[in-house]
Ligand binder design. Sequence first.
Ligand SMILES: N[C@@H](CCC(=O)N[C@@H](CS)C(=O)NCC(=O)O)C(=O)O
Length: 202
Amino acid sequence: MIKLIGMMDSPYVRRVAVSLELYGVAFEIQPLSVFSAFEEFSQINPTVKAPTLVLDNGTRLMDSSLILNYFEAQAAPNRRLLPTAPDALAKDLQTLGFILAAAEKAVQNVYEHNLRPSEKQYNPWIERITLQLLAACQEWDSLLGTRSANSVADQVAVTSTVIWTFIQSMIPHVVNAGNFEEIQAVADVFENQGIFKKYPFN
Ligand SMILES: N[C@@H](CCC(=O)N[C@@H](CS)C(=O)NCC(=O)O)C(=O)O
């Protein structure tokens, strides 16, 4: 059975779990923390990056987008989460790029505050990543505003929802939800759906 290694407090792990459900792929989760289970995790993947996905033949995939590429490539047409037409695909990849940039900057912000002692924090760096995070959210919100409302989950909806929930759970004081109505509206629709509830952020 395919194994997904990582915990649902990682939006990248959650993104893969929800997507695998939507693809109809059977998998089991091994909920190892990249921090408290470092040793055990490193025996599966010495770089200790979540998500790590282990295929039945032992091949280890990592980086959520690479993992999803693998499954998107073999999804039946009615299960695909990305369009195939080049223009529509480019549009969705553009949106995903801004969402993932926001995710990266949000995770950097969380690590900066949670992993580094307060006397060692470097404010110019925090200011830089905050500017980048807010710029990414602005682009992300505008691009969502150009899509027609849809309650059928695709990759943009999945990624937008899990990253937004992560940001609003971890650093709501940095990213004011009231300024990003389109992103909030998408999250409100999808967090109420069964597949997202099956893999709650925690
Ligand atoms: N670009 C990667 C990011 C994955 C990532 O940074 N995961 C975090 C958990 S949220 C992690 O592995 N942190 C431990 C570390 O970087 O040492 C992806 O899309 O999978």
